[in-house]
Design a protein around this ligand. Structure first.
Ligand code: SF4
Length: 349
């Protein structure tokens, strides 16, 4: 309880939301409202074109991840202009993080990547960049390029992991194993890039214990952000075939809510949660059909924390040390929180 009261003093949002929302994270770091703009840069994926695998992950219908995937003919600049106008109008956002979301956004030669990232970074309202990729698709040269932006921008890399269990990764045809992920994490930790990890709950064949093992493993890696998804089955995927053969089941919402809370109780309270629930776009979803919005599901998760009297990190006594250069000095007006962050220590379990 002592630890809890200290956390509440340092992170009052834990009282309100019970987990470290990404909007709170951004509020702590920027004096203006910052939102992410999802971008489709036209990259493909090595797990689709044969370099790492063929056919992709069994659940992958990449269109379902990317609202603007249909706008591939638009340049990065045009996508940013559209995203800015939308987010300014809808959320009152003032500055933006360019989020390279669709497919594998490090899957090109260095010069192409540089041109692409810098097309986004030249926009005066872009204060950060977030690059979604696979752990087997980052060379040291690519990490060095991305790291070079940390001097002036708030920089994230997002690694798809989904599970630490190789048997699961094999079943879902990820095309890489857990060791490849650990290798990418270890090399990224030598840089000033923040790391966000994607995990799916409810993968075929996984028990609750398997998922909690993933939570404990991820908690100890020194990452800065996490995205949780529930397993869903979308049309035109290999997973859909298994689903219709009865080999794959999806979860009810109550089960997911409990699992998400179980998982987050094991994640350090200063790791920001960038996503709490997966979603599909359009009519591609087969299962599960939950008649609730994402906001309603999020509320259910908060209520489950309250019912238990717990919060993110309540079963974990590790805090992730923040990156020293967390406040790029060239971002005008940005709040200085280095001292506050440095009050957190890594505590051995
Ligand atoms: S790594 Fe991502 S884009 Fe590639 S097949 Fe898997 S889910 Fe799809």
């Amino acid at each position: 309880m002592e630890n809890m009261s200290i956390l509440y003093q340092q992170k009052p949002h834990l009282l309100k939301y019970r987990y470290f929302t990404f909007s709170e994270y951004l509020k702590e770091r920027f004096p203006y409202k910052v939102h992410k703009i999802p971008l489709h840069a036209g990259f493909t994926c090595p797990n689709r074109d044969g370099r790492a695998g063929i056919g992709g992950c069994t659940y992958c219908i990449n269109e379902s991840f990317s609202p603007n995937v249909g706008e591939t003919r638009l340049s990065i600049k045009e996508q940013i202009e559209i995203g800015k106008a939308f987010q300014k109008k809808k959320y009152g956002a003032e500055k933006f993080i360019a989020y390279f979301q669709s497919f594998t956004n490090t899957y090109a030669d260095l010069e192409t990547l540089k041109t692409c990232y810098e097309e986004a970074l030249t926009d005066k309202d872009i204060v950060g960049i977030s690059i979604g990729t696979r752990p087997d698709c980052v060379t040291d040269e690519i990490l060095s390029l991305i790291n070079s932006y940390t001097k002036d921008y708030h920089v994230w890399i997002e690694y798809g992991l989904q599970s630490i269990h190789d048997k699961t990764l094999k079943y879902i045809n990820r095309g890489h194993d857990y060791n490849a992920f650990l290798d990418a994490i270890n090399r990224t930790k030598n840089t000033c890039i923040r790391i966000c990890v994607h995990v799916i709950l409810g993968l075929p064949g996984e028990t609750v214990e398997d998922m909690m093992e993933t939570a404990y493993a991820v908690a100890g890696l020194g990452i800065h952000g996490i995205k949780l998804h529930h397993l869903y089955v979308a049309k035109n995927t290999a997973l859909a075939e298994d689903y219709f053969r009865g080999k794959v089941k999806t979860m009810g919402m109550d089960t997911y809510v409990k699992l998400a809370v179980d998982f987050l109780e094991r994640i350090p309270s200063n790791v920001t949660v960038q996503r709490l629930v997966g979603d599909t776009h359009g009519n591609s979803l087969i299962s599960p059909i939950w008649k609730s919005t994402k906001v309603e599901i999020t509320q259910r998760i908060i209520r489950e924390f309250e019912r238990r009297g717990t919060y993110q990190g309540s079963r974990c006594n590790i805090l992730t040390p923040d990156i020293n250069n967390s406040i790029p000095s060239s971002i005008q007006g940005m709040q200085k929180l280095d001292n506050k962050e440095s009050e957190f220590h890594t505590v051995e379990i």
